[in-house]
Design a protein around this ligand. Structure first.
Ligand SMILES: Nc1ncnc2c1ncn2[C@@H]1O[C@H](COP(=O)(O)OP(=O)(O)OP(=O)(O)O)[C@@H](O)[C@H]1O
Ligand SMILES: [Mg+2]
Length: 218
């Protein structure tokens, strides 16, 4: 069996939705019959705490490692069909840098907020420059958006102008995300046919495709 793909979720600003994104993707893949693993590299332990709630992220295993050897942890997992999804802390943390340097794909959630755009783009340059001169395999995803809002369109345009690849799918600001998290679940578990579950599935499909490309060109 092929090696597992490693996906890192890294943020530019706190609260941009990376733990939510990491958990939603992993649960989606699990419900699709695959065997994803979550690695919690954030000392805040958001994923570990979610897994301790009653619905336990649908049984997706959560491994905690906030140290630089987080990638060794990810690589040492038994070969199975499902990606390893690493949720990171602030991007200056050694575990984040290690994950950025070695992941097959880095997904960067960007909160669609007008005050954040310039700072976000500046910080993104720093973040993506940390990949040891290798071709950065990163993609941004808009989170907590208001569908078809002016600001989301504006941020899309600014990211494109700055040369940052962006997934077509976005995660809309929906109460379903935090309500599901109350029980350690995600919308794919609580409302499998709802709008949030559909947008997670669409993003997961885009990420699967990007992961395949990233690994083929590695
Ligand atoms: N699409 C969404 N719709 C509504 N609420 C959301 C969405 N995504 C995330 N949230 C909420 O926003 C808050 C921050 O999300 P989350 O904890 O995933 O961010 P984070 O980037 O992991 O934060 P931190 O930097 O603290 O690790 C949480 O309360 C979460 O429930
Ligand atoms: Mg988090």
């Amino acid at each position: 069996m092929a090696k597992r793909a490693i996906l890192a979720v890294a943020t530019l600003k706190g609260g941009s939705g990376k733990s939510t994104l990491a958990s939603c993707l992993a649960v989606h893949w699990r419900l699709a019959g695959r065997d994803p693993v979550l690695v919690d590299a954030d000392p805040q332990r958001s994923l570990a705490r979610l897994a301790a709630r009653p619905r336990a992220l649908g049984g997706v295993p959560v491994i905690e490692n906030c140290s630089e050897d987080v990638i060794e942890t990810a690589r040492s997992l038994p070969r199975k069909r499902g990606p390893v999804v690493i949720d990171t802390a602030g991007f200056r943390a050694p575990a984040t840098l290690a994950a950025l340097a070695a992941a097959d794909l880095v997904v960067v959630p960007v909160k669609a907020s007008p005050l954040d755009v310039d700072v976000m783009i500046d910080t993104a340059r720093t973040l993506f420059a940390t990949r040891d001169g290798s071709v950065a395999r990163f993609r941004c995803v808009l989170t907590q958006t208001t569908r078809d809002s002016v600001i989301a369109r504006h941020i899309r345009a600014e990211l494109a102008a700055a040369g940052f690849p962006l997934f077509e799918s976005e995660l809309v600001n929906r109460i379903a995300y935090s309500e599901a998290a109350l029980y350690g679940a995600t919308p794919s578990m609580t409302e499998p046919h709802g709008a949030a579950a559909r947008e997670i599935a669409a993003l997961a499909a885009e990420i699967d495709f990007a992961l395949t490309l990233a690994r083929e060109t590695a």
